[in-house]
Design a protein around this ligand. Structure first.
Ligand code: SF4
Length: 290
């Protein structure tokens, strides 16, 4: 069995920088991480071991007890930031600059008097941060949720992990259902996510199954799984090597390997090693990677 590795996979610069900042904190016992720094259980366990307190993403209504608060790469709204500062918290901000860009675009479109249509997951922490400063918006997961709006000016943006084709399908639906409206679309899907999606698309014609490594809460990891399944290539979401089942590989000759932006390199390597090991379980096939 051959293993093809995606040419772009794993940690993006936003996650890498956030993690580096967290690792450089001198007194983790003073710091609460405001949500999941990365959607990866192993990294979260490492932070907990160093003494950071973790707040669940759904638990943000209450104030953290610790005096310092680490804002994750997913960002928070200005309102939320002000609330924390007003409560006397010192912020350690690791918001990804590409998320900050989406906030800026959203504000600018709203200032133009537009209804904001945000493509993404309503309950995702990044989306909650984006819409937290807006007064007039809707969040849609896809074109099927688009309605006819009363507004004559509409702006469309997307959660950074949204594949551009999904955002464009929503723009098309907005235009169709609101033919008289002035619709402005700003592409806000981030480049590292797009690189990982394009790398999967490039691999799909050559593979019989795709193994996608990433945290169970990682939206961009799920998007990679969906991309493969949409093209009828079986895709399996694993968090680590122990999740890989030998039965998935039975009879296959070429398997693809990729990982979401919150997956550490050593976890990817461990999954790769497991695939090589399983290839040896079927000795009539040659194990190789490139
Ligand atoms: S996925 Fe994109 S927006 Fe999110 S942290 Fe990484 S680079 Fe930034």
């Amino acid at each position: 069995m051959r293993i093809i590795r995606a040419r772009a996979m794993g940690f993006c610069f936003g996650v890498r920088d956030a993690l580096e900042t967290a690792r450089s904190v001198a007194h983790p016992e003073r710091v609460a991480v405001y949500g999941e720094l990365v959607h990866n259980e192993r990294v979260q366990a490492e932070l907990a071991e160093r003494g950071f307190a973790a707040m669940s993403e759904r638990d943000r209504q209450r104030l953290p007890e610790r005096p310092e608060v680490l804002i994750t790469a997913h960002g928070v709204s200005e309102r939320e930031r002000d609330r924390l500062v007003a409560a006397g918290k010192t912020l350690i901000d690791t918001t990804c600059p590409l998320v900050t860009y989406v906030h800026r675009v959203a504000r600018a479109l709203e200032q133009e008097g537009r209804l904001l249509v945000v493509v993404g997951k309503r309950d995702h922490v990044e989306v909650r941060g984006i819409v937290g400063d807006l007064s007039h918006f809707v969040v849609v997961a896809g074109p099927g949720e688009v309605e006819a709006y009363t507004d004559r000016r509409i702006g469309v943006i997307a959660q950074t992990t949204t594949p551009p084709r999904q955002a464009e399908a929503v723009v098309e639906a907005v235009r169709e259902r609101n033919p008289a409206a002035d619709v402005k679309y700003v592409m806000t899907s981030c480049q590292p996510t797009r690189d990982r999606q394009l790398a999967v698309l490039a691999m799909l014609p050559w593979i019989e199954a795709l193994i996608v490594v990433g945290g169970k809460n990682s939206n961009n990891t799920r998007q990679l799984v969906d991309l493969a399944r949409e093209q009828h290539v079986p895709a399996y979401h694993v968090q680590g090597p122990d999740d890989v089942e030998a039965a998935w590989l039975t009879g296959l000759t070429v398997v693809g390997l990729t990982a979401g932006t919150s997956t550490p390199d050593d976890v990817i390597e461990a999954v790769h090693a497991r695939l090589v090991e399983l290839a040896h379980v079927h000795p009539w096939r040659r194990a190789a990677s490139f």
